[in-house]
Design a protein around this ligand. Structure first.
Ligand code: SF4
Length: 346
C-alpha cells in the first residue's frame, strides 16, 4: 500500500490526478500503518501546493432559521423543531461589529451567511449594502453564502466587493435525496455553475457522517472537481436536537482523518478547511492530525448554530500543527511557527 500511495503522490506532484478507483482504494484503507502513511503523504501534498500560512476564515450567521428547505442535518429548517435562534437579516451595524472583532484577531476572510436557498429582492439589496460597508470600513476579504444565486446577483455581489461565494454540495448525488427532499442535487450543481460563470471564487464542500458511505464521500469530492473550489470546507455532523439526525452517533475519528487525507489527494490545490462539528467529533489531537494530514485551515470563531473553540485556542492548535499564525496574533500569546512545517510524527 505504501508504494501505491507514494506513486499517487508523485503523480500529483507532477500535476496529475488520481482516478475514482484509486481514491476508492485509499478510502478503504483499514491498516493503521497504512493510514499513517496516507496522512503523511497528504500532508506532503498540502505542503507542496500551499504555504505554511493557514487558510482561516470566520463567518456571521446573518439570517437564522426560517428556511423552508428540509436538509436533515440542519437546525435552521422550519420543518424541524429546534432551538436555533430565529431572526431576520441582521443590520449592517451588527454585521460590521462582528466583522471588526474577527479582523482585530487577525482573521482576514469573512463570510456573510444567510439561511434559505433564495433571498428576497429586499434582502438581497440589504446584503449588497452590508458588503459595501464592509468593503469601505474593513480590509477583510469578503465572502458569502447566500443561497442559490442567478447570474445577475453574482455580478452585483462582485461589484459590491465579494471575492468568494460558498455553495456546498453536502454529499454525493446518490445519497443526497436521502437527506434532502425539498430541492434537487441538480439545483445545487446549477448553483455552482452560476458561480463559475460569474467568475467568483468558489467555496464548496460538504458534510460528513450524515449516513453516507465511504464511497459517497469520495463521490462528493469528484462531483466538486469540475468547479475547482478554492476552498473546500469539511463539516462533520454535530447532531442538533429536533433534527432527523439528532441521534446520529459520532463517527470513528480515523475515518474522518482518512477522508480528509483522500480529499487532499483529489483536490491538491484547494484550501481544505475543518469546519462545523470539528470540535464535537474530533479531539484537539485529532484536529491537529487532520491539519497535518490534508487539511490546511479552519473555520474559526463559531458556526451557524453552534459555538466553536475560542479563537486563541485555535491559533494555538494551528501553531502546534506547524502553521504560521497571523502577525497580529504574534504579539499575543502565540508566537509564529518556523517557516518550515515539521513532518508529522504519525
Ligand atoms: S442547509 Fe441551508 S437550505 Fe438546508 S435547511 Fe439549512 S439553511 Fe436551509
Amino acid at each position: 500500500m505504501n508504494d501505491f500511495i507514494d506513486q499517487l503522490k508523485a503523480r500529483i506532484f507532477e500535476g496529475g490526478q488520481i482516478t475514482f478507483e484509486e481514491a476508492r482504494r485509499l478510502i478503504e484503507i483499514e491498516d493503521r500503518a497504512d493510514l499513517d502513511h496516507l496522512l503523511k503523504a497528504a500532508w506532503e501534498i498540502t505542503f507542496h501546493f500551499h504555504s505554511n500560512q493557514p487558510a482561516i476564515c470566520s463567518l456571521v450567521n446573518a439570517k437564522s432559521y426560517l428556511c423552508g428547505e428540509d436538509c436533515a442535518f440542519c437546525a435552521q429548517s422550519v420543518h424541524f423543531n429546534t432551538e436555533a435562534p430565529r431572526y431576520r437579516l441582521m443590520t449592517s451595524e451588527e454585521i460590521l461589529k462582528a466583522a471588526k472583532v474577527f479582523e482585530a484577531k487577525g482573521i482576514r476572510d469573512f463570510c456573510v451567511v444567510t439561511s434559505g436557498v433564495r433571498l428576497t429582492d429586499d434582502e438581497f439589496e440589504g446584503i449588497l449594502k452590508i458588503y459595501r460597508r464592509l468593503r469601505t470600513e474593513t480590509r477583510l476579504n469578503l465572502d458569502g453564502s447566500l443561497g442559490f444565486l442567478n447570474k445577475e446577483r453574482v455580478q452585483k455581489l462582485k461589484e459590491a466587493g465579494v471575492r468568494r461565494v460558498n455553495s456546498n454540495l453536502q454529499s454525493s448525488r446518490e445519497f443526497y435525496p436521502k437527506i434532502v427532499s425539498s430541492h434537487t442535487y441538480e439545483s445545487r450543481l446549477e448553483a455552482l455553475r452560476m458561480l463559475r460563470e460569474g467568475a467568483v471564487e468558489v467555496c464548496a464542500g460538504g458534510i460528513l457522517n450524515v449516513g453516507e458511505t465511504r464511497e459517497d464521500r469520495i463521490r462528493l469530492a469528484f462531483e466538486l472537481k469540475p468547479f475547482s473550489p478554492h476552498c473546500f470546507p469539511v463539516n462533520i455532523l454535530h447532531p442538533r436536537p429536533g433534527t432527523p439526525l439528532e441521534y446520529q452517533p459520532r463517527p470513528e475519528p480515523e475515518e474522518m482523518l482518512k477522508t480528509i487525507a483522500v480529499f487532499r489527494f483529489i483536490h491538491p490545490h484547494a484550501d481544505i478547511k475543518l469546519a462545523g462539528g470539528r470540535e464535537y467529533n474530533l479531539t484537539e489531537e485529532e484536529q491537529q492530525k487532520a491539519l497535518q494530514g490534508g487539511a490546511n485551515g479552519l473555520i474559526m470563531g463559531g458556526y451557524l448554530t453552534t459555538q466553536g473553540n475560542p479563537i486563541n485556542e485555535d491559533f494555538g492548535l494551528l501553531k502546534r500543527a506547524g502553521y504560521q499564525i497571523p502577525k497580529i496574533q504574534n504579539a499575543d500569546s502565540c508566537k509564529p511557527a518556523d517557516d518550515q512545517r515539521p513532518l508529522p510524527t504519525t
